[in-house]
Structure formats: C-alpha cells, structure tokens
Design a protein around this ligand. Structure first.
Ligand SMILES: [Zn+2]
Length: 201
C-alpha cells in the first residue's frame, strides 16, 4: 500500500480489501483489558506498528501514555455500524457522523483512534484540551503520523474534527504536511495539479 493513499467518500477501498500484514497490538497494560473485550484487541499494519511504538515511548518519557484504541476495521464491520446508525438515527445523521463502508481509513490498517491511560485509568474521552493531544500535535509527524481530520479543515476533509483519529503517511510526507499545514486532500489536489501541468508541458 502507498502510504499517501487517499481514502474518503470519493476514494473508497474495495470491499475485498484486507491488509495482508495485520498484527494484534499489545498496549503493554493489562488494565486495558479491564475496559475492553480481549477479542477486540486493536489490529494494525505490522509495518506501521514500530513507528507507533517509537512515538509511544517518546510520549511516555514525558508522562503521556497514549495507546491505540481502535485500529483495523473490516468493510463488513463498517457496514454493520453504518446500518445500525441508519436504522437508529436516519441516513442524514449517519452520513454526517459515520463513514460509509469503503470510505473508512480504519479498513486500511494504517489508521487508528487513540485513547490514554492516566494514572493507570483508561480513557477514550479524547479532546483537543488534553496534554496528550497537545504532545501528539507537536510530535506525531516525527514518527510518520498525521491528525487526519483537523479543526478548521472540515470543509476540505468532509469530516468533523476528530482529535482521536491518526493516520500513518510516512515520516517524510507527515513532516511536509505538518510544515505546510496541509491535509491529505490538499496534498493530493496539489499533486494532481502538478501531474497535469507536467503532462501539458
Ligand atoms: Zn477513527
């Protein structure tokens, strides 16, 4: 998989797409399983996991315990979530707050939602006021990760601000996007314009 892949409502993954290198992650904290069904241990691409571990170690050194709360989700699982929401809340509400099957980055295995441990207590109540979040915003790009749906970019990503959702794009691209305050959508737009100007020249 190309780590700059754009996955959204206009660029969906095929139903048959399943990452071929998924591993079950270990959050190094038995407490986690007091809160989560062990069968729901988060899965992620084995190529991305070492980058997360490096980031996790660096954050731990500053007292922030960040974990992967939800990683890979299959197309079919997203379909279940989607159908349930449509039944309960209607199509309009669902399309605003839930990714349709194929449009969720979680199917890629290179995106995940975070949670924290604070003084040993698990919380998935992630907000932009959290010191852990502030640390991630400053440092995630050094490990190849981006905040995928930033505040103020809702009109570009088409997704509400999600302070918990991070995506691997590789260190080089993450650093570029960070330095230029760009989303993946903006990057692909610039890239496609460059490609077409090259063809014209
Ligand atoms: Zn997510």
């Amino acid at each position: 998989m190309d780590y700059d892949i754009l996955i959204n409502k206009e660029h969906k993954l095929d139903r048959s797409f399943v990452p071929n290198d998924l591993i079950i992650t270990d959050n190094n904290d038995d407490n986690f399983h007091n809160y989560k069904d062990p069968s729901l241990k988060p899965m992620i691409s084995s190529a991305v996991w070492p980058y997360f571990q490096l980031m996790q170690e660096a954050a731990l050194k500053e007292g922030f315990h960040i974990i992967i709360d939800s990683g890979y989700r299959s197309y079919d699982y997203q379909q279940v979530i989607w159908d349930k929401n449509v039944l309960e809340k209607g199509l309009e509400h669902t399309s605003k707050y839930v990714m349709m099957p194929g449009a969720s980055e979680h199917q890629s295995g290179i995106a995940f939602d975070i949670a924290y441990f604070r003084n040993g207590a698990y919380t998935d109540d992630v907000t932009s006021d959290d010191p852990e979040y502030a640390w991630l915003i400053r440092n995630a790009h050094l490990y190849g990760f981006i905040l995928r749906y930033p505040q103020g970019k809702e009109g570009i990503t088409g997704i509400n601000f999600e302070p918990w959702h991070f995506r691997f794009v590789g260190v080089e691209l993450a650093s570029y996007l960070f330095a230029n305050d760009m989303t993946l959508e903006e990057y692909h737009l610039v890239k496609s314009q460059k490609d077409s100007s090259i063809k014209l020249a």
